[in-house]
Design a protein around this ligand. Structure first.
Ligand code: PAP
Length: 349
């Protein structure tokens, strides 16, 4: 493959994993200063189910968050200092985060990385861009501080829980959302893989019930989507609001929009050289899932104590898979619920 051949002043090409490995000495003990508060918060009512044993959710300001990630979240809210050049990739889990990380990383790195030696060939997108709440919950906040600008970081936190410094600085936020029915199906499979099979967790019908009650990691989903939507309407220059299904349909259009938004639009020369098409191809589901790095057996994640294989982030990568999993009644019920919640917002599934 040829190089992207782009020239710009953006100088960014280091996957987060490399920065982390070079700065192991900066890792501290996981924060515990908020444990007393966390212990007083409501624990999910279904805490006997296996998923909860490894990953108990607590209700914090009407959001269900895994205990461990809440530790990091609270520290982050107090300590995190945003830079004007920061880019935050935000999403509800299972809504297109992996694609967004790959696209943002490769868009910014096109100055420095040739396609045949691209970091995405050897790094999962989640190794290129860190999850803030995970890093803060595992004592890695000082590593976040040494990432060179422009930093790209991600979070599943709802808008209102972001540190003030992110909301107030001139940094950019990209949000991606997805049809909640497909989010639910994707989360169901992901959870199953983590637990080691369908017999190890609640049934799909029960999972559906929990989801409709908002009882899922970072749930309820409707508040999450609406929070970023409302803010993106108020400050479109601050938040780019993308939809997974649209991106799948017209990836080149949205790749250009993303590049423009994060401050490195494609030049005419690049457009003529089809650079954007090459990046879209590199970050496509079919390309990424076939890289060896994305097929590995995984490792135990310090943030959750569960084994997560990089392959778990690549399942089908389609819109509408819910049709193979939900009855018509279930789909209608969830659609109606979301429609009611979205009413008056101008947002539609
Ligand atoms: P995360 O929130 O845990 O990071 P996230 O990437 O948001 O996960 O969601 C995973 C979904 O994105 C999976 O959807 P599925 O279960 O319905 O298949 C996964 O297949 C899909 N996905 C991963 N990479 C891509 C990609 N490059 N393009 C499109 N979809 C992708």
């Amino acid at each position: 493959m040829a190089s992207f051949g782009h020239e710009s002043d953006v100088n960014f090409s280091i996957p987060y994993k490399t920065i982390q490995e070079a700065n192991i000495h900066l890792i501290e003990e996981p924060p515990q200063e908020h444990d007393a508060l966390i212990a007083t918060l409501p624990l999910e009512p279904v805490y006997e189910r296996p998923f909860s044993i490894v990953h108990p959710l607590r209700l914090y300001k009407d959001v269900w968050i895994a205990e461990k990630k809440l530790r990091g979240t609270l520290v982050m809210q107090h300590c995190f200092k945003s830079r004007p050049t920061d880019i935050f990739l935000t999403s509800f889990p299972k809504s297109g985060t992996t694609w967004l990380k790959a696209m943002t990383f490769s868009t910014l790195t096109r100055t420095n990385c040739s396609l045949d030696k691209h970091p995405l060939l050897t790094h999962n997108p989640h190794q290129c861009v860190p999850f803030m709440e995970v890093e803060f919950s595992t004592g890695r906040s000082k590593i976040i501080e040494v990432i060179p600008s422009p930093r790209v970081m991600s979070t599943h936190l709802p808008y209102f829980l972001l540190p003030d410094s992110i909301k107030e600085s001139s940094c950019r936020i990209v949000y991606i959302w997805r049809d909640p029915k497909d989010v639910l199906v994707s989360a169901w499979y992901f959870t199953q893989k983590i637990l080691g099979g369908p017999d190890k967790m609640v049934t799909f019908d029960q999972f559906f019930e929990f989801f409709c009650q908002g009882l899922t990691s970072f749930g309820p989903i409707w508040n999450h989507i609406l929070g970023y939507w409302e803010e993106s309407k108020r400050r479109p220059e601050k938040i780019l609001f993308l939809k997974y299904e649209n991106v799948l349909q017209e990836p080149v259009k949205y790749a250009k929009q993303l590049a423009h938004f994060i401050g490195c639009p494609y030049s005419e020369t690049e457009e003529n050289q089809h650079v954007v098409e090459q990046i879209v191809e590199l970050c496509s589901f079919n390309t990424l899932k076939d890289f060896d790095v994305n097929k590995d057996g995984g490792r135990v994640m310090p943030s959750t104590d569960v084994r997560i294989s990089k392959a778990y982030f690549f399942r089908k990568g389609e819109a509408g898979d819910w049709k193979s999993h939900m009855t018509r009644e279930m789909a209608e019920r969830l659609d109606t619920l979301i429609k009611e919640k979205f009413e008056g917002s101008g947002l539609q599934i």
